[in-house]
Design a protein around this ligand. Structure first.
Ligand code: HEM
Length: 467
């Protein structure tokens, strides 16, 4: 069988004019028109298959999960020490073991009620910070989403103000070394045995300490607190208790440390992007904000702050969240999958060892499914006839690698957005901010300013209200 169609490869084994900036637009635009929903390319001889429609993604990543659920190996990231990151694991029993642990704390199909109090506290704390220093809203958003995942994993052991800079330092190496193609060693893994004075090796060694510390320091701190008898309940303490008389204790402790730190790496910055997008959209669309605030006032009477019990009566807030995730997906190309064996589809051969890139952006901007896709329109979810405007699930990935943090993320977004809009109004700074997002694999709104003013109905009493 032939390989799927795609642009020509040059003598380096790479396609000519490989789009570097926001490639999802070219993949889902020009290339989709020319080659269709399956586009096969090579980058330094590495086969990559781009999937441009919901149908092929469902046929391959969902229905053939046994073949399409691995991850490409990233030698540079391994050298830097990111081998503990669960989202990088190939499909294996090790992955299953880690995902089982994650699902014990984050059930796959429902919201985790046990974190609701924590999420409410952090949403209210965010409002307190916003009322003190509204200009620093981006820092405050980061503190709120980081605190939720950190407290979930490590209880009250970790000082967010200390941990965030350490994690930022570590995660910057993930962003830099994570771009496939930056380091030759990704194409020629044999180079990992090169002597330490090679420039990529020196870089990897320099990056290593914060990457290790990000995983090990908070985990060790919880263990010490347990030994001293003053640990607070959290994922790590609960899992350590389960291990009490386990023969493979050392190995299993590693699994706990890996899971806890992966939840921070995967669950903080992603939520930051969606919350920053929320502030941007409020500054751009006063009519959407006014409708959401009217709904909140109808339910809360301007007398109290929202809780999760109010959620069923606030469908418009849910629609805003859906639209945030669809309009500017946090990861426009998801995370790459990888085929573990050869297979065929639609008359084409897909070789074993092909990196699979699902074009989440194209799927969520398909005008057949989401009419007028570039317009931010929460009302679209009120019209779901003929299969149009479904919940934008592709924003959370596919098949056996589907994001296990989906419900935690949706809960955090709900309570932060509802609480913020009950207390504040967001307006532009006199000039409409840009709707452009960064061109990275984890995309954020470009820096923008906005004015955050306390609403007349929200006096200090309300913000300081205890739960
Ligand atoms: C708006 C917020 C979020 C978005 C848009 C998002 C999106 C994604 C996407 C696209 C993937 C890759 C799925 C695939 O390979 O097909 C993923 C994986 C993952 N996410 Fe999320 N995520 C979010 C929040 C979270 C949160 C809050 C957590 C946990 C605290 C989390 C934990 C994970 C983990 C552990 C993986 C790796 C799964 C694996 O490789 O098997 N995510 N997420």
């Amino acid at each position: 069988l032939p390989l799927p169609p795609g642009p020509q490869t040059n003598w380096l084994g790479t396609v000519n004019n490989l789009p570097k900036v926001r490639p999802w637009l070219i993949y889902g635009g020009d290339w989709r028109q020319k080659f269709g929903d399956l586009v096969y390319i090579k980058v330094f001889r590495n086969p990559i298959l781009i999937l441009n429609s919901a149908q092929v993604v469902s046929d391959l990543l969902e229905k053939r999960g046994g073949v399409f659920s691995s991850r490409p190996s990233r030698t540079m990231l391994e050298l830097v020490g990111w081998d503990w990151l669960v989202s990088m694991f190939p499909y294996s029993s090790k992955l299953t073991q880690h995902r089982h642990m994650i699902h014990r704390h984050l059930p796959a199909n429902e919201s985790s009620i046990k974190y609701h109090d924590l999420q409410i506290q952090e949403a209210r704390n965010l409002c307190r910070l916003l009322s003190e220093t509204p200009g620093q809203f981006r820092t405050h958003i980061r503190t709120a989403s980081a605190s939720i995942v950190l407290r979930m994993s490590y209880g009250e052991t970790v000082d967010t103000a200390q941990y965030i800079p350490l994690a930022d330092q570590a995660l910057s190496s993930l962003a830099q070394a994570g771009i496939f193609g930056t380091y030759l060693v990704d194409y020629l893994p044999i180079l990992k045995h090169a002597p330490p004075w090679f420039s990529f090796k020196r870089k990897a060694l320099a990056w290593r300490p914060p990457v290790r510390a990000m995983r090990d320091e908070p985990f060790t701190a919880v263990k010490q607190h347990i030994a001293q008898g003053h640990a607070t309940h959290c994922l790590v303490s609960e899992e350590l208790e389960r291990l009490a008389c386990d023969a493979d204790r050392a190995e299993n402790e590693k699994v706990i440390a890996n899971v806890a730190s992966t939840l921070f790496a995967a669950g903080a910055d992603t939520v930051v992007s969606a919350i920053a997008a929320f502030f941007l959209v409020m500054a751009l669309h006063p009519e959407i904000q006014a409708k959401a605030q009217q709904d909140l006032d109808d339910v809360l009477g301007g007398l109290r702050l929202p809780t999760f019990a109010d959620r069923a009566q606030l469908p418009f807030i849910e629609w805003i969240i859906n639209e945030l995730l669809r309009w500017r997906p946090v990861t426009p190309l998801g995370l790459p999958h990888y085929t573990s064996e050869e297979c065929s589809y639609a008359g084409y051969r897909i070789p074993a060892g092909t990196t699979i890139v699902a074009n989440v952006w194209a799927i969520l901007h398909d005008p057949e499914i989401y009419p007028d896709p570039d317009t931010f329109n929460p009302w679209r979810y009120g019209d779901q006839q003929g299969g149009r405007n479904p919940f934008p699930d592709p924003a959370f990935g596919f098949g056996r690698r589907f994001c296990p943090g989906k419900h935690l993320a949706l809960d955090t977004l709900f309570i932060i957005i509802a609480t913020t809009l009950a207390v504040f109004t967001v307006t532009d700074d006199g000039e409409k901010p840009s709707t452009e997002f960064t061109p990275h694999s984890l995309s954020h709104p470009l820096p923008f300013g906005c004015t955050i003013t306390k609403r007349a109905t929200a006096h200090d009493l309300i913000i300081d209200e205890k739960m």
